[in-house]
Structures are given as structure tokens and as C-alpha cells.
Design a protein around this ligand. Structure first.
Ligand code: PLP
Length: 404
């Protein structure tokens, strides 16, 4: 008889955002006159920049003519996009990354969940707590995380690295040695960052221990401070211990367009095995390439016009972040993040749990945020707001929260 992959059955409850969606839908059905403002899910709201729209139109027209039509894309991405990425995101920043070390994909969610496939099930993962849930859940599905303890809300075979106010939301080196270390900076959900020197400590540690860092830099475009690294490859020795994930979702509004990439340096090894050909093989077997028109749109992100327009778009969201951060601070909330990331992480008032505050805010202010506990046990007592709303909605949401 056919059997399912019972690792899927181990996943507790439903995915964070579907729970939020159900609660909001129920509230909305019961209160149809209330205007709900959503500062919960990390989805962008601004339209695609003109340079990207122009590139999309151009590529669509190419598809209408047999002479310029494009079918399957190369598995690993078109050369024009891989070169633009290598030049602009890496070489121009002094990072030694070549075009053929870049694997174009349809986004960082897939890459961050699929990358674990090329590693043995024996490997132990370490994650920040709180954490972007995909890193853990994808390892649960693979059968790498042991058993779930509903009391502590942790997996027996996962190393959790608490990120709390005490350590400024930056993980400390774990006592137990991990094989795979997931790091995400600027961080979702806390909005925190680490300095280049702090990241160098992780790189040195991984090289010493023979561990691999999976570095998610999806929010790189939001970095505003000088000493915050844009890529892990700014650190010495990262080529032998790090994989980097990037996305076009947040820097260019591609959440609905879909584009991202993974960087695997040629000399990166797990034991004696080179990882570059393994990921190339995985990509080639399981993926047929991001669409041509989308890769052309991605190329436009690096054009002079594209860069200027996207700088403005990021500044628009970061102005919202400032409104949230300063508004809540002036109202007496304890807040962090929001300076190098579009996320503001706030301590729930009156000792409320994260979900209690979620319900309170939805009911009293009709504002939707994300309960910190949904990202891991150390997120309990915290709440995440995002800067991705419209300016007017953001201002209104904060006014409502201040009036509570
Ligand atoms: N990585 C992190 C840390 C994220 O927060 C997100 C989306 O919210 C993603 C990856 C997913 O990015 P993409 O839209 O490229 O799949």
C-alpha cells in the first residue's frame, strides 16, 4: 500500500500566515464595516518600477516573434543576468564571485527550502530563534529534525540560537556543534543586523568546524548603515564555508514576478565533495529555469534607471519603517529593527503573549501584525510589523495604535 512521507505529518499546526489569514477573515466577516490595515505579511505593495515594466514589455514582444522567441531557459540562468548579478552585487563590492557561481531561480523561499536536499539527513542544523519558518519546516519535511516537543515548541535535533534583547537579537556561537547554520541578515523577523566583524566570527567558526553557513540576504537592499555587510562574501574565508541566498522580491517588488538566486562558490565543499556540481545537478534535474521575460526584468534591476528607481522604492518603505519605529517609541513601546530592515520588532505591552496582542490589535485598532511566537519560542512576547504598506495606511495604523 502506498504510504506518505510521514515527516509531513510531524509538522505542528498550520503555517503561521494561514492561521493569521483565518483569524483576519473571521474578524472581517463579523465586522464588515471596519477598515483593516495589514502590516503583517512581508509582501510589497508598490508597483514595479518603470525600468522593469519597460524590460518586461520588451521581452514579451520578443516572445511574439519566431526570430526572438525564447523557450526553455538555461537551467542555471541566462548569462546576461548572471553576469549583471556577479558584477553589481559582488564584484563592485569587492567580493570574489563569478557569474558561473550564480544559480538563478524563482525565489529565495524555494532555494532556502530546497538547499538542504543536497546534504545528508545526518546533518544537524542550527537556526536563530526566532526564525523565518521555512528553514525549519523544510528540514522537518526531509526528516532531519527529530521529534517535536509541544511544550517547548522545539525539535529535538535542531540547535536553536536564541536572539533576544539581551544579545541585541544577534545569535551567539552554539555550544553544540552544528553542520548547517542558517543565518539571515538583515533579519526576518527581528529586523536586526550584525556587523562585518560579527559575521567574520561566524565564517571563522564554520571554517574551523567544517560547517556550512546558509546565508539568507533577502533584505540586503534595506541596509543603511556602513558597517553592515551586504554579502557574506565580504568576509575573508567565506568562499569555503558559505552559500548565499538572494531574492528580487524585496529590493525590486518581485514577490508576484518571482526571481532569486543562490551563490555557491566553486571551492565550497562538504567533506571532500564539491557542492557546486551537486546543486547544478539538482537544479538541472528538478528545475527548468526562471522565465526569460522575468530574467530580462531582473537584468533591468541593475540598469542605471532601475537602480535609481528602486533606491526610491526602498526609501519609500524605509520611511514607513521610520514612522512605525518612531511612532511606537514615542507611545512607550520597546522597539527594535527598522533601520537596516523593513521589519519592526516590538515587545508586547502589559505582559501579553504574542497571540493575545495580535487579537487585541485586530479587535481594538483593526491592525494586523505577526505574532513573534510564530517564529519560534524566543519570539514569544514580541510582535512584528512590516514597512511594506502604503504610507497613508502606515501612518493611520500607528495613529490607531498610539490612541489605544
Ligand atoms: N527569505 C526570507 C528571510 C524571507 O523573509 C522571505 C520572504 O518573506 C524569503 C526568503 C522569500 O523570498 P522569495 O519571495 O524570493 O521567495
Amino acid at each position: 500500500m502506498v504510504k506518505v512521507n510521514d515527516n509531513y505529518l510531524k509538522l505542528p499546526g498550520s503555517y503561521l500566515f494561514s492561521t493569521i489569514g483565518k483569524k483576519v477573515a473571521a474578524f472581517s466577516a463579523a465586522n464588515p464595516d471596519k477598515k483593516i490595515i495589514r502590516l503583517g505579511i512581508g509582501d510589497v505593495t508598490q508597483p514595479l518600477a518603470p525600468a522593469i515594466i519597460t524590460a518586461l514589455h520588451g521581452a514579451v514582444d520578443e516572445m511574439a516573434d519566431a526570430a526572438t522567441f525564447h523557450g526553455y531557459a538555461p537551467d542555471l540562468g541566462y548569462e546576461f543576468l548572471r553576469s549583471a548579478i556577479a558584477q553589481n552585487d559582488y564584484q563592485d563590492r569587492g567580493c570574489d564571485i563569478a557569474a558561473d557561481e550564480i544559480f538563478v531561480s524563482d525565489g529565495a523561499k524555494c532555494d532556502s527550502s530546497n538547499i538542504q536536499e543536497i546534504f545528508s539527513l545526518d546533518n544537524k542544523i542550527a537556526v536563530c530563534d526566532p526564525v523565518y519558518p521555512v528553514y525549519v519546516d523544510s528540514n522537518v519535511m526531509a526528516g532531519r529534525t527529530g521529534t517535536w516537543d509541544p511544550k517547548t515548541e522545539t525539535w529535538s535535533d535542531v540547535i536553536y540560537m536564541p536572539c533576544t534583547a539581551e544579545n541585541n537579537f544577534a545569535p551567539e556561537l552554539p555550544k553544540e556543534t552544528p553542520d548547517l547554520i542558517y543565518l539571515c541578515f538583515p533579519n526576518n523577523p527581528t529586523g536586526s543586523t550584525i556587523t562585518k566583524d560579527q559575521l567574520q566570527v561566524w565564517v571563522d567558526y564554520a571554517n574551523k568546524m567544517g560547517a556550512i553557513i546558509i546565508y539568507d540576504a533577502a533584505y540586503e537592499a534595506y541596509i543603511s548603515e556602513e558597517n553592515v555587510p551586504h554579502s557574506i562574501y565580504e568576509c575573508e574565508g567565506a568562499r569555503t564555508c558559505a552559500i548565499e541566498l538572494r531574492s528580487f522580491s524585496k529590493n525590486a517588488g518581485f514577490t508576484g514576478v518571482r526571481l532569486g538566486f543562490t551563490v555557491i562558490p566553486k571551492e565550497l565543499k562538504a567533506g571532500e565533495t564539491n557542492l557546486h556540481p551537486l546543486w547544478a545537478r539538482r537544479h538541472g534535474t528538478k528545475y527548468n529555469g526562471a522565465p526569460y521575460i522575468v530574467q530580462r526584468a531582473g537584468e533591468a534591476v541593475y540598469s542605471p534607471e532601475g537602480k535609481a528607481q528602486l533606491k526610491e522604492q526602498v526609501a519609500y518603505y524605509m520611511n514607513n519603517a521610520k514612522v512605525i519605529y518612531e511612532g511606537l517609541k514615542s507611545a512607550g513601546y520597546t522597539v527594535s529593527g527598522g533601520v537596516n530592515a523593513p521589519y519592526i520588532w516590538l515587545k508586547t505591552p502589559y505582559q501579553m503573549t504574542s497571540w493575545e496582542f495580535f487579537d487585541y490589535l485586530l479587535e481594538k485598532a483593526n491592525v494586523v501584525g505577526t505574532p513573534g511566537s510564530g517564529f519560534g519560542p524566543s519570539g514569544e512576547g514580541y510582535f512584528r510589523l512590516t514597512a511594506f504598506g502604503s504610507y497613508d495606511n502606515t501612518v493611520e495604523a500607528i495613529e490607531r495604535m498610539k490612541a489605544l
